[in-house]
Design a binder for this molecule. Structure first.
Ligand SMILES: NC(=O)c1ccc[n+]([C@@H]2O[C@H](COP(=O)([O-])OP(=O)(O)OC[C@H]3O[C@@H](n4cnc5c(N)ncnc54)[C@H](OP(=O)(O)O)[C@@H]3O)[C@@H](O)[C@H]2O)c1
Length: 315
């Protein structure tokens, strides 16, 4: 086989391993140094070399080699647990982590240096991604209410034959002094609002506000990270842009200052947004609690430590 390309790292006729690879002259970390593939071949290290990243032109920007046993972990993110897990996995030898985000928030919390953003294009797109990126392990650390991507992930992992874990933090449970009204949908929560007063703290993010837009006799304090889309139907009230975690004292003041009579919340679980539930308990306010959608069957972890143990077992 003759060389078809010239390697822009070493400017030699491409080595056998470079036949289909054009290095990016801008982002190739080996620029100015001897071609790693030639070095690798000389030293018997090239086996297992892998394309790790491409630049905007689709050219190879980063390669690893001599790490044939490196396992590639895809973490589906969008939750605080995903951020924490990615940071911990990055410290583990033998694993390379890629985080995937849907792209909903303008300034997502990201700790993984390798992050892709945007939907995959359904199950078929995710299957293609898992195969083309040689993903070895899939961890679904999306928010407990992101049911569609979780079902897609379970189906795609089964199709490709990948070990798959769902990292799902435990749901909150009603405690003594709580006044919860549990419902199973946003529409059902809206139906409950009429019974619980006119000034309501709506802490469901921005995606489902339309379910409350018909409640024109109510006033809503609507908390979310990014503002609603300008064309979105939203109920009357005030938008409050904020990202947790929230301190108990702040939550207590917020409820009192706005004369809140009831709270609508998803049962997201976790500590970051639990203080509003404690504040409601202290103030004797009812909480309309939207229960979680069903998740697929499969391996589950309820915290980062358990997810790390699962990873260790599958390395
Ligand atoms: N729902 C919530 O209350 C909530 C709260 C906080 C954070 N989030 C985060 O926001 C994201 C979107 O939530 P959602 O409720 O719209 O989810 P969803 O209904 O389950 O997913 C809708 C679509 O968004 C894409 N998607 C979702 N998560 C993705 C990820 N991590 N990487 C790549 N694509 C992803 C997928 O598109 P394709 O079909 O094109 O692949 C998916 O089919 C999730 O990642 C979730 O973790 C959601």
């Amino acid at each position: 086989m003759g060389a078809e390309k010239t390697c822009s790292a070493c400017y030699e006729d491409a080595h056998h391993l470079c036949l289909t690879i054009v290095f990016s002259p801008y982002s190739n970390p080996f620029r100015g140094s001897p071609c790693p593939f030639i070095l690798g071949a000389d030293q018997g290290m090239a086996t297992g070399s892998r394309i790790e990243d491409r630049d905007m032109m689709g050219r190879v920007a980063l390669l690893s080699w001599g790490m044939g046993d490196l396992k590639r972990v895809l973490i589906l993110g969008g939750s605080g647990d995903a951020v924490g897990l990615a940071a911990r996995v990055a410290d583990l030898p033998g694993l390379r982590v890629i985080t995937s985000l849907a792209g909903r928030t303008r300034q997502p919390l990201v700790t993984s240096p390798h992050t892709r953003i945007g939907g995959f294009g359904g199950v078929a797109g995710l299957v293609d991604y898992l195969r083309s990126q040689s993903i070895d392990l899939l961890i679904d650390a999306t928010h407990p209410f992101a049911a569609q991507i979780s079902h897609h992930a379970a189906t795609a992992a089964a199709t490709v034959g990948l070990p798959h874990l769902m990292l799902i933090r435990p749901a909150w449970e009603e405690s003594s002094g709580d006044q919860w009204r549990s419902v199973d949908s946003h529409a059902a929560a809206a139906a409950q609002c009429a019974q619980w007063g006119g000034r309501i703290f709506l802490t469901i993010g921005r995606q489902e506000l339309a379910a409350f837009a018909h409640l024109q006799d109510h006033w809503f304090l609507m908390r979310m990270i990014d503002p609603p889309h300008p064309d979105a139907a939203i109920p009357p009230g005030q938008v409050l842009l904020a990202r947790g975690p929230f301190a108990l004292s702040e939550e207590r003041s917020l409820l009192q200052d706005h004369g809140i009579e009831a709270i609508v919340s998803k049962n997201s679980g976790g500590a970051a947004t639990y203080s509003k539930i404690i504040a409601a308990r202290e103030l004797g306010l009812p909480v309309i609690m939207i229960q979680r959608p069903p998740m697929p069957r499969g391996d589950r972890a309820t915290n980062i430590e358990t997810a790390l143990s699962w990873l260790q077992q599958h390395r």
